[in-house]
Design a protein around this ligand. Structure first.
Ligand code: KG4
Ligand code: ZN
Length: 341
């Protein structure tokens, strides 16, 4: 089965074609970063309007790139969680195309897409796995038995990891989107000049909290003076990044220990972070646990993960053109009737 995937949950218009036998045939993305940058964050109404402008040309081009014009067997779109106006654009186009082509259509859970992204890579893991899902909106540790069987082991009780990166970047005067800019600045930072608290490491359990860490950086920045020089900003960024990385790594170690799982997949935008990958790989080598990451472009939002998740759903039970929604707990999903894991 050949599936067209459409992702419009936030500030990326992304499309892809995934073929059950040949794998990913083509993917394209238009980032709205330049559009939202003057506002310091995503403006939902502008996001929706830009998806309307970009999506159809992207779909035409991806079908050409994939050599798949006239040979799509199903259409998948992100149904949530995300910005409702933005989601509606992708859902409406997907359902219209499916109706015109006389093929089935399925609404995909954005986080299920992220979670399955490591299966786009040549060295895909076998189930079951532990998944660390670290995006702009979510920080989750999930025991994944198979596609659609998700048990949440831990989650953030306040800010998501990516959100913390973005907020700290903002207070250090970095442009939106903050995560990659903060990681780049941290490269020049001195490792132990600022040592920030490791929230929630001193107590049992697998939940996370990042808002106190953000406040600690704010106070340290204030104490360092009104006009921070570049080195001090880099040192603050480095201290913050080290704290987030050590919390995420230690919680993964605990979750692996508690569940006995021997494979870890890392997904979501923060999964592109170089220092996080290095720390997790070191832990994996130490514990003899296999670690799987999607390539950085498939850690952040993309159409390929939606086409792949849609393929599982459409092959599994035909899928469901479900209405879009801002919130949608991932553990409310059901596995498809037939599994292709
Ligand atoms: O998964 P994603 O593209 O979108 C959501 O579903 O939220 O994640 C975006 C988040 C943003 O908060 C962004 O700052 C963060 O991922 N991010 C990073 C890096 N690349 C993206 N955070 C830290 N280091 C990076 N290299
Ligand atoms: Zn995402």
């Amino acid at each position: 089965m050949r599936v067209l995937g459409i992702e419009t949950s936030c500030d990326e218009s992304a499309v892809a074609v995934y073929d059950g036998e040949r794998g990913l045939l083509a993917h394209l993305l238009h980032s709205q970063v330049a559009l939202h940058a003057p506002y310091g964050g995503v403006v939902p109404e502008l996001a929706s309007r830009d998806h309307i402008r970009r999506l159809l040309p992207l779909v035409r081009q991806v079908l050409l790139d994939a050599g798949a014009t006239g040979s799509i067997d199903g259409v998948a779109y992100t149904a949530g969680p995300g910005l409702v106006g933005a989601l509606l654009v992708g859902a409406t186009l997907a359902q219209s195309l499916a109706l015109a082509w006389g093929v089935p259509c399925v609404g995909v859970h954005h986080l299920e897409g992220h979670l399955l992204a490591p299966w786009l890579e040549p060295r895909a893991p076998a189930f079951p796995v532990l998944a660390l899902l670290v995006s702009g909106g979510h920080t989750l540790l999930v025991a994944v038995e198979s596609v659609g069987r998700y048990r949440i082991l831990g989650e953030s009780i306040d800010d998501a990891a990516g959100e913390a990166f973005d907020k700290v970047a903002k207070l250090l005067g970095l442009p939106y989107p903050g995560g990659p800019a903060l990681a780049a600045l941290a490269e020049a930072g001195v490792p132990d000049r600022f040592r920030f608290p490791r929230p929630m490491l001193d107590r049992p359990g697998l939940d996370f909290s990042f808002s106190g860490l953000k406040t600690a950086v704010l106070y340290a920045a204030r104490e360092a003076g009104a006009d921070l020089d570049r080195q001090t900003r880099a040192d603050l960024a480095r201290g913050f990044e080290e704290a987030v990385v050590s919390v995420l790594t230690e919680k993964c170690r605990r979750a692996l220990d508690q569940t006995g799982l021997r494979r870890l997949v890392v997904a979501g935008g923060v999964g592109a972070n170089r220092r996080l990958r290095a720390a997790l790989s070191e832990m994996g080598a130490h514990l003899n646990v296999d670690i799987h990451y999607p390539r950085p472009a498939f850690c952040t939002d993309n159409g390929a993960m939606i086409a792949l998740a849609g393929h599982h759903r459409l092959c599994g039970d035909g899928g469901d053109a479900t209405p879009v929604r801002a919130r949608w707990p991932i553990d409310s999903l059901q596995p498809p009737a037939r599994s292709f894991g």
